[in-house]
Design a protein around this ligand. Structure first.
Ligand SMILES: NC(=O)c1ccc[n+]([C@@H]2O[C@H](COP(=O)([O-])OP(=O)(O)OC[C@H]3O[C@@H](n4cnc5c(N)ncnc54)[C@H](O)[C@@H]3O)[C@@H](O)[C@H]2O)c1
Length: 312
C-alpha cells in the first residue's frame, strides 16, 4: 500500500511516441501513482497498460490502466502525442489541419472534465498545436507547454560532439524557434564546460551551415529509415513531465508563450524556460545576436501565417 499520494499523469495518444514516453517516464521518476493511457484504439491502450505494468516491480508501484478523457479530472499532467505522424517526404507543417482538428476533439473534453493541471504537447506541428491548445482550453499560458526545440537541441549537441570530438555532456547548445525547417542554432551562445565555444575554437560558416542542415534533416532521415522517430522526443517529454511532477525548476528548451521576448507576441516558439510544478515558471529570453533575433522573428512570421490559414 502507498501511504502518500503522489501524482497522476494522463497520456493521450499511445502510438510510437506515446508508448515510448510512458516507458521512459516510468523509469525516470518514482513520484507517479497513476498513469492513464488513452487512445482512439482502446485495445492498444489496454495492451500497453498491461505490458508496461510488467516493469513496475523493477521501477516503482504505479497504477496503470486504459482510460478516457474524464480521467483527466484529477490529473496533474496531460501529455498529448495523438495525431497523424509525418510520412517520408512530408514536412511537419503538412500535418497542420488534420492534427489541429484532432487536437480540438481532445482538448474540449479534457477541459470539460475539470482538468486543472498542465498540458504538454508534442504532436506536430508542435508550436502551432501548443498555441492552439492554449487558445482552445483558455488555460493560463504557463500551464500549456510544447516540446518545441528540445529534440532539435539534443540533435545539435550530438552533431557538435561528433564535430568537436567532445563528450555530448559538456556541450551546452540550443536550437531555437520553430520545431521545424525555420529553426536555427544559437551558435554564438554555445558553451563547452561553461566556457564560450568561441573562445576555444572557431566553427567555419560551412561547418555551421552543415550542422544546422543536419539538424533540419535528422527527423526525415530517421522516418525514411524506420518509419517514425520516438526515442528522443519521448525522453524530452518525460524530462518535462518529471520537471513538473518533481517541481524541479530546471531550464529546458521548450515551446513557450512569447509575450514580447525577441519582439514576438501571441505565439508559442522554441526558447528556454524554467519548468516547475506550475508549468512554465519563467520564459527565458536568450541573449541572441541581432542576426539570430531576426531568424527568431522569421520563424514566428512563418508560424503566424500557418495559424492564420488553419482549417478545422
Ligand atoms: N515534437 C516532436 O519533436 C515530435 C517527434 C516525433 C513525432 N512527433 C509527432 O507526434 C505525433 C505522434 O507520432 P507517432 O509517431 O507516435 O504516431 P503514431 O501514428 O504511432 O501514433 C499516434 C497515435 O495517436 C492516436 N490517436 C489519433 N487520434 C486520436 C484521438 N483523437 N484520441 C486519442 N488518440 C488518438 C492513434 O490511434 C495512434 O495510436 C505526430 O504528430 C508526430 O508528428 C513529434
Amino acid at each position: 500500500m502507498l501511504d502518500t499520494y503522489r501524482h497522476k499523469v494522463v497520456l493521450i495518444g499511445d502510438g510510437a511516441v506515446g508508448s515510448t514516453f510512458a516507458f521512459s517516464l516510468l523509469q525516470s521518476t518514482n513520484e507517479i501513482d497513476e498513469l492513464v493511457i488513452v487512445d482512439r484504439t482502446k485495445a492498444k491502450a489496454e495492451g500497453d497498460a498491461l505490458d508496461l505494468a510488467d516493469i513496475t516491480p523493477l521501477t516503482s508501484p504505479v497504477k496503470l490502466y486504459a482510460g478516457d478523457y474524464a480521467d483527466a479530472a484529477d490529473a496533474d499532467v496531460v501529455v498529448i502525442t495523438a495525431g497523424i505522424a509525418r510520412k517520408p517526404g512530408e514536412s511537419r507543417l503538412d500535418l497542420v489541419n488534420k492534427n489541429a482538428t484532432i487536437l480540438k476533439t481532445i482538448i474540449d473534453p479534457i477541459v470539460a472534465s475539470g482538468f486543472a493541471g498542465v498540458f504538454i504537447i508534442s504532436s506536430n506541428p508542435v508550436d502551432i498545436l501548443t498555441t492552439l491548445a492554449q487558445r482552445i482550453s483558455g488555460f493560463p499560458k504557463e500551464r500549456v507547454i510544447g516540446t518545441g526545440t528540445s529534440l532539435d537541441s539534443l540533435r545539435l549537441r550530438v552533431l557538435l560532439s561528433k564535430k568537436l570530438h567532445l563528450s555530448v555532456n559538456v556541450i551546452d547548445a540550443l536550437m531555437l524557434g520553430e520545431h521545424g525547417d525555420t529553426s536555427f542554432a544559437a551558435f554564438n551562445e554555445i558553451t563547452i564546460g561553461g566556457k564560450p565555444l568561441t573562445t576555444l575554437t572557431a566553427l567555419s560558416s560551412t561547418d555551421k551551415a552543415e550542422i544546422e542542415e543536419a539538424v533540419h534533416q535528422a527527423g526525415g532521415k530517421i522516418i525514411t529509415n524506420k518509419g517514425a522517430t520516438f526515442y528522443g522526443i519521448a525522453k524530452c517529454l518525460s524530462a518535462v513531465t518529471r520537471a513538473i511532477i518533481e517541481n524541479r525548476n530546471i531550464v529546458l528548451p521548450i515551446s513557450a508563450p512569447l509575450d514580447g521576448q525577441y519582439g514576438i507576441e501571441n505565439i508559442y516558439l522554441g526558447t528556454p524556460a524554467i519548468i516547475n510544478s506550475q508549468g512554465i515558471g519563467q520564459v527565458i529570453e536568450y541573449p541572441l545576436t541581432a542576426d539570430e533575433v531576426e531568424k527568431m522573428r522569421q520563424s514566428a512570421i512563418t508560424m503566424q501565417e500557418v495559424l492564420a490559414n488553419i482549417e478545422m
